[in-house]
Design a protein around this ligand. Sequence first.
Ligand SMILES: [Zn+2]
Length: 467
Amino acid sequence: MRKMLAALGFGLALSVGGAAHAQTDNPAARSTAREIFAHIVAMDTSINGLQTPAMAQFLAQRFRAGGFAPEDVTIVPVENTAALVVRYRGDGTGGRPILLLGHMDVVTAVRSDWERDPFTLVEENGFFFGRGASDNKAGIALLTTTFLQLRAEGFTPTRDLILVFSGDEETTTLSTRTLLRDHRQLLGDAEFALNSDGGGGDLRESDGAPSAYYIQTAEKTFATFTLTARNPGGHSSAPRPDNAIFDLTEAITRLRAYAFPVMWNETTLASFRAGATAAPAPLAAALRRFAERPSAQRGEALQAQAPTMAGQLRTTCVPTRLAAGHADNALPQSAVATVNCRIFPGVAVNEVQAQLQRLAGAQVEVTLRSDLPATDASPLRPDILEAIATAVHARHPGVPLIPMMAPYYTDGMFYRAAGIPTYGVGEIFMKNSDAFAHGLNERVPVEAFYNGLDHWRLLIGALAGPR
Ligand SMILES: [Zn+2]
């Protein structure tokens, strides 16, 4: 999904001027983008609607009609969904391929709950409404249009550009895992990936001016554990000294009191440095001090200022479910808590499991329930950051670029885990208060949508255009 940093309370204020909008003002590009957008929003690609394979077919047909060779347009069926991979061949002078990522599926939308039909693209009050409008069908429509436009103009990139549209990012992520496991040849020996489903720009709430652009360079690892206490049980009129519920709640109490170590990487420091310029004074000072010379002590001071910073500073684990006992008048034979962890980049899942087991004690068994890979932050490469700056500043001069770590995950995690550095560089600038990804009345500003044509064209030009 799109960037989500509201919890940090960062909102940078900078004035910006106008910019030349080459594609934004190109009627052919606009109408192609809008037509594709409308067509794919109308397809219910949620886990219930099952229209993702049909969407892949529709897009594949457009690419073939636009001059892409049939062997460069591949649909990979995966159970009841599909992925689409499109290779734009370069002349190879610019190095290894770049992947451009997006996902075709959407979160389920119940028609009766919405003010407008979620599966009809509606333009109203300066917004495009529809399920997937922001997450992630704008990205798909704009990347597709950019590829078609560049091909029609006879552009030859200096390196292969490979679009990879997955089919189940919001649910099982099986299509991405299958691509990386069984179809690596389709992805070439990609050097890095740009993900349309991460990052993006903020518009200031007061006047809608662009205020910051976030590059998602890291994602926390998601891991779910169960803590289980078992006991022979018995009649509740005859309590025993050991009791599954007491054992489990004591373990949970120790978890509550425990804080995983303060950690940081270059993304942490860059995002804190940027955040310090806009945060209220005491928090700004704590952010700046940490970014200048990070330490556990300075991390604690920062978290004391802003408790929600914990997610940016350390691994976090919280209980999310609880189940115990089988009768009102029986001693519990088991007590089970579900604990969900968001693990700091670079930390192995089994290290976290070992720590949970130490906290839980011998009476409680800790088991891992999820199977998602641990990932490290992607390096802040100057060439990539410069290309992103080119694309963003052409439209919004002077807007600060801020690397950030997402506390949740996207398909990008699997690419990072596979050794492909991944950068969330979504094209949309919008207000946080207008972001309704996953929710009701999802929308994207019309102007931001068309501006996205320039975003991708400029990014591709900077990274794979003639010198
Ligand atoms: Zn998404």
